[in-house]
Every structure is written in C-alpha cells, then in structure tokens.
Design a protein around this ligand. Structure first.
Ligand SMILES: NC(=O)c1ccc[n+]([C@@H]2O[C@H](COP(=O)([O-])OP(=O)(O)OC[C@H]3O[C@@H](n4cnc5c(N)ncnc54)[C@H](OP(=O)(O)O)[C@@H]3O)[C@@H](O)[C@H]2O)c1
Length: 239
C-alpha cells in the first residue's frame, strides 16, 4: 500500500457532490490537495480550518483552457510535485437519438466538459505524474459509460469516450508507473440526480462511499491497479 503523506492530488469540481466528498476524504487520509472549481470561493467553507500547507485552490473552468494550464502550473508552484489527478467535474443534459432541436449544442457542451477537458488535464498532468513514479489518474465516468439509459444517449456517448480515454491513459502511462482507473457509478445522491424519480434519492449511492473507493484506489501499489470500477445501488450487472 502507498502512503498518502506527501502525495499531491488534483481534484476537479471539488466544491460539491462527489468531488467535495472525495476532497474531504483524501484530506482526512493525509493527502495534499489541489482543488479546482469554477468559483474558487465556493470552497471557502470546506477549507477554512484546513492546514494551508496541505491544500491549494485554483479556478478551473472546463470550458476555458487557460484555467487548465494555470491550475496545473499553480499546483506545481505550490507543492513542487504532482502524484494524482481526479477528473471529476462533469455535466448531464438529456439528449435522445431523435432529439434534434438543440442536440448539437447540448452534445458539444457535454463533450467539452466531460471529455475534452479531462483529456486536456491529462495531457498537462501526465509528464509530472510520470516523474512521480506512482502517478494516478481517476476519471469519474459513469455506469452510463458502460450502458445506455433512455434519453441519456448524449451523456453516455461522452462517458463511453471517457472510459476510452482511461484505457488509453492507462496504456500510455504504464511503463512510467502511472495507473488510470475509470470509476463508473450508477445513481449517486448529488445535485445531478435530484430530479430523478425512478430511484429514491435516499437509496442512491452515497458520494462518501465513492470517496472511500477513490482513496483505496489511490492507496494501491503499481502492481495492484484497477482499470474499471462499476458501482451500483441497483442489481443491474454490467459486464
Ligand atoms: N450523480 C450521479 O448519479 C453520477 C453518476 C455517475 C457519474 N457521475 C459523474 O460524477 C461527476 C460529479 O458529478 P456529481 O454527481 O457530483 O454532480 P454535481 O453535484 O452536479 O457536481 C458537478 C461538479 O462539476 C462541476 N462542473 C460543472 N461544469 C463545470 C465546468 N464547466 N467547469 C468546471 N467544473 C464544472 C460543478 O461545478 P459548479 O459547482 O461550478 O457547477 C460541480 O463541482 C460528474 O462527472 C458526473 O458525470 C455522477
């Protein structure tokens, strides 16, 4: 098992939902964190009693590439190293096969946030993760990256693509000790699922459980890497 001490992890969308739960868990475990959020001030409540030596906060907007560059740069200036990246920020918008009214705009925005931005951060982070020797990337994909649900075809297309990116990253970084995992949860109780009626909110996977999984994945040594993790609050089994 790898120690958390001294290891620096970037988390996108750390201000709420799954990203926030991951940030809290990893901080408690002893990791140092570089937190990315569209509105960095939205993280103030989280970090106001944290040890300033163990975290930094930066603006990360998936749609503004300069913020990707600046975030990675400021992380290295603050900590001098980088050991992990959690590509968590993401959006869901309904789009079915025959839905052509605003289909292109909807697909473009999900593609930008859910796929292009994680690819951009991966490219920026990878050289530094390779230097670490135990670099880790966790892409928060989805069960929708393994199977398509109803009107979620546009979202699924982006999450399938994120799983593809995870496999490519895994292969590309392997010989330098970088391990990449695609995390594929079903329904998780966050703002993103508040309008869902098919599964009661209280029966959905808790973000804190996913955070524990992320912590475990980050703690595994190079010889015990998990490529994909499907996590579900329902009995569906995905191959
Ligand atoms: N909830 C689920 O059932 C579920 C299941 C499977 C996978 N996921 C995935 O898990 C990840 C986190 O989702 P969540 O459930 O925690 O959703 P959430 O509560 O809606 O949080 C979404 C996060 O993404 C950030 N974000 C959205 N657009 C952004 C942009 N343009 N630039 C930077 N950050 C942006 C949000 O920041 P703001 O606060 O600024 O909007 C927020 O921090 C997503 O990738 C989602 O697809 C969720």
């Amino acid at each position: 098992m790898l120690s958390a001490l001294g290891r620096v992890i970037m988390i996108s969308g750390a201000n709420r939902g799954i990203g926030l739960a991951i940030a809290k868990n990893l901080y408690q475990a002893g990791f140092s964190l570089s937190l990315g959020a569209r509105e960095p001030d939205s993280l103030n409540n989280l970090v106001n009693n944290w040890d300033a030596k163990r975290f930094s906060v930066a603006r990360y907007d998936a749609l503004i590439k300069d913020t990707h560059v600046e975030w990675v740069k400021s992380t290295l200036e603050h900590f001098g190293r980088l050991d992990g990246l959690v590509n968590n920020a993401g959006i869901y918008q309904p789009l079915s096969v025959m839905d052509d009214d605003h289909g292109d705009e909807i697909l473009d925005s999900m593609w930008s946030v859910n796929v292009k931005a994680p690819l951009s951060l991966t490219r920026l982070a990878l050289p530094h993760l390779k230097k670490s020797g135990v670099g880790r990337i966790i892409n928060v994909a989805s069960l929708a990256g393994k199977v398509v649900f109803g009107s979620g075809v546009g979202y699924s297309m982006t999450k399938f693509a994120l799983v593809a990116l995870s496999q490519a990253t895994r292969q590309g970084g392997w010989e330098h000790g970088v391990r990449c995992t695609a995390l594929c949860p079903g329904y998780v109780a966050t703002d993103l699922t508040r309008g869902i009626e098919s599964v009661p909110f209280e029966e959905m996977t808790a973000p804190e459980d996913l955070a524990s999984i992320v912590r475990t994945v980050l703690s595994l040594s190079n010889s015990a890497s998990i490529a994909e993790l499907v996590v579900n609050c329902r009995p569906d089994i995905i191959a």
